[in-house]
Design a protein around this ligand. Structure first.
Ligand code: RIB
Length: 651
């Protein structure tokens, strides 16, 4: 549009238009002057904006300075454009780098062209602007300059908070976060929630990557393959990488692994049945900012308004509520917590012998703590009741539980006694012999158990091991009976296992040596002893047989289960792993035969690794053997009778 065209449209001469523009219009009738000004306004003739302002007409162009790398660029531009158009205004968009100078220049350019107002995408105030041009800032942080009079913002950090809360509410504790460098503030939000809920920071595995390549090469292995149950992804592309990787390693979303994206995108609706995401309040924020700016422009007045907007969770189908899934299937573990001195030699020393250790290693152990960690790592709900000394060993034992998702309300620190200790001799075949000093474990008494009675009330299974006092064992038995909690007992460390301990036990899980102690001196085979145990009220006897698998005796079955194909390096804790896996499987509603096979594989994995707690499998490592487990189970179900290999084993 130029002056000639305006003259033509108004049906006047060019000099008349010029006179109106320059205010030299005394000899021009009001009617003609109005006609010229109306055409100027309708056509948004920018060069003459100042005349239109002088005449009380409004320039209907509004500037938008937006950073090139703004991740919400297109959504912001579209939303601002439509909000302006509804009110008869039009956007003039200039993009800028994030540097202040670039933003200042862009604002200055727009002011020179006479726009009535400008929306500025920045957290810093522009250095100079003209009086008659109104400014409103838009930003995604709460740390903007206080000089910015009119600022509409949301805080990206809130997206991290919201995602963490969403996952914690669904029962996830160990989570991963994968972000790009520019979004790392989101991790602060996640960590803040963990701080508020007193959860250890170590439950969060994070990877901040420069680009998708880095994320693919390094981030996925650490974040999708560790023992976390859910991941927070920075954007839709990261979600894509996670889904691809999960498929490659056989992890199902959301059954095995939950996913939330901190930035919504329409494509997320179509990925893996719908990915839950955090929606930023871009539309609401831009519409309100436009309204506010136009109000300032139309009423020609300044204001000082700071308005915060909040992201919200858009629920789809990618978060598994593991809290709900496990309701009523809590597992309480009562037993020892020891620091293990693992002494590796060619053989285990016998009377009068001194041998040289090849290696020694000090690690958290104890049957109770091992079983609790085993349950936690397999995704079960583990509640530990145990006692440690008020010493560095005690703190280490406690931390190992929290690191593995075990609830530790029932763990107490003893003022008087040191933490329990175990001296574990391991020979070159991985076989072991253990000497336990009970220490604080011995002081786990009725009073402590009563303080945590509520845990028994909520638990379906109790894993009980006997490196604690006989008095404590009897109190646990009573609490379980009163609360309908089924006991899985490992009868180790007892000089003599009396019928008072064994009576009414739901699952008794001894090894062969422990079976020898039971009814010692009576000339009975293992099967006969198992039968005798059933007669005194043990419901299921499950003997772990090391390289030969396991044996089950109950009212319906007398079955031998083969071992899993693993070569042992260190058999310590194999039985703890067996018990925790069996309990998790039962708590998930699987039957006993399946749970024993599952437990054999879990124990098999543990003995191929050195140590105990760190050697326990998580769900992902056992999943590799799922086909074998299912196959064996199908075989056992098919021919239960054929499978009974009742070769009487004399012990
Ligand atoms: O079952 C193995 C455990 O037995 C060791 O960790 C040791 O502490 C003893 O309790």
């Amino acid at each position: 549009m130029n002056i000639q065209e305006i003259a033509r449209l108004a049906d006047v001469s060019v000099s008349t238009v010029s006179k109106v523009m320059n205010g030299k219009d005394k000899d021009i009738s009001k009617k003609t002057k109005d006609k010229v000004l109306k055409i100027i306004e309708e056509n948004n003739y920018i060069p003459y904006a100042r005349y239109r302002v002088k005449e009380g007409l409004i320039n209907r162009f509004i500037g938008l300075v937006i950073c090139k790398e703004n991740p919400h660029y297109s959504q912001m531009v579209t939303s601002i454009e439509s909000a302006l158009r509804v009110q008869g205004f039009f956007p003039v968009v200039l993009t800028a780098e994030k540097e202040q100078e670039e933003i200042d220049n862009a604002v200055y350019e727009l002011q020179k062209r006479g726009v009535s107002g400008i929306l500025v995408d920045s957290s810093r105030a522009v250095s100079q602007y003209l009086e008659n041009c109104k400014l409103v800032y838009l930003t995604d942080t709460s740390s903007f300059e206080t000089k910015q009079k009119n600022t509409f913002y949301f805080h990206k950090y809130e997206a991290g908070r919201l995602s963490a809360i969403e996952l914690l509410n669904a029962g996830h504790q160990k989570i991963s976060v994968i972000l790009r460098e520019a979004e790392k503030i989101i991790l602060d939000g996640v960590e803040a929630v963990y701080g508020e809920q007193n959860l250890p920071r170590q439950f969060i595995t994070s990877y901040i990557g420069e680009d998708l390549n880095g994320i693919r090469q390094n981030g996925l292995i650490s974040c999708v393959s560790d023992s976390s149950t859910a991941v927070i992804c920075g954007d839709m592309e990261i979600v894509g990488c996670v889904l691809e990787y999960a498929e490659q390693i056989g992890i199902k979303v959301p059954e095995d692994f939950s996913v939330i994206c901190v930035k919504d995108h329409e494509m997320l609706e179509y990925l893996a049945g719908g990915i839950t995401a955090v929606g930023y309040p871009i539309r609401q924020m831009t519409v309100d900012a436009v309204d506010h700016l136009l109000q300032m422009v139309i009423e020609e007045k300044d204001s000082e308004v700071t308005r915060k907007f909040f992201p919200e969770v858009i629920k789809r189908n990618s978060i598994q509520d593991i809290g709900k899934r496990k309701d009523g299937h809590k597992i309480v573990i009562v037993g020892s917590m020891n620091i293990d001195d693992n002494i590796e030699g060619v053989r285990i020393p016998v009377n009068g012998e001194t041998i040289i250790a090849k290696n020694i290693l000090t690690l958290p152990g104890g049957k109770g703590a091992n079983q609790a960690v085993g349950v936690g790592r397999l995704g079960g709900q583990a509640y530990m009741i145990g006692r440690v000394g008020k010493d560095a060993d005690g703190r280490r034992l406690y931390k190992s539980l929290t690191d593995n998702g075990v609830h530790t309300d029932g763990v107490e620190f003893d003022d008087q006694a040191d933490s329990g200790k175990a001296f574990v001799h391991i020979d070159r075949d991985g076989e072991n012999a253990i000497v336990v000093y009970r220490g604080a474990n011995e002081n786990l008494d009725e009073a402590q158990l009563k303080r945590h009675e509520n845990i028994f009330r909520a638990a379906k299974y109790c894993l009980l091991s006997s490196e604690i006092s006989r008095e404590a064992i009897m109190v646990v038995k009573k609490s379980c009976r009163e609360n309908g909690t089924e006991i899985i007992l490992k009868p180790s460390g007892l000089e003599e296992v009396g019928e008072d301990v064994l009576f009414g036990i739901d699952y008794l899980v001894p090894n062969e040596r422990e079976m020898i102690r039971i009814y010692a001196g009576e000339d009975l085979t293992m099967e006969e002893k198992a039968e005798k145990l059933l007669q005194i009220g043990v419901k299921n006897v499950i003997v772990t047989l090391g390289k030969r698998g396991a044996y089950l005796k109950n009212k319906d079955h007398a079955l031998y289960f083969p071992s899993a194909p693993f070569t042992p390096i260190d058999t310590t804790g194999g039985a703890d792993s067996f018990i925790s896996a069996m309990a998790v499987s039962l708590s998930e509603g699987k039957d006993l035969l399946y749970s024993i096979i599952y437990a054999i594989y879990a124990a098999g994995i543990t003995i191929t690794r050195y140590g105990v707690q760190n050697a326990m499998p998580d769900k992902k490592s056992i999943r590799i053997y799922m086909e074998d487990i299912e196959k064996q189970y199908a075989e056992i179900k098919k021919g239960e009778e054929e499978h009974i290999k009742c070769k009487k084993t004399k012990i």
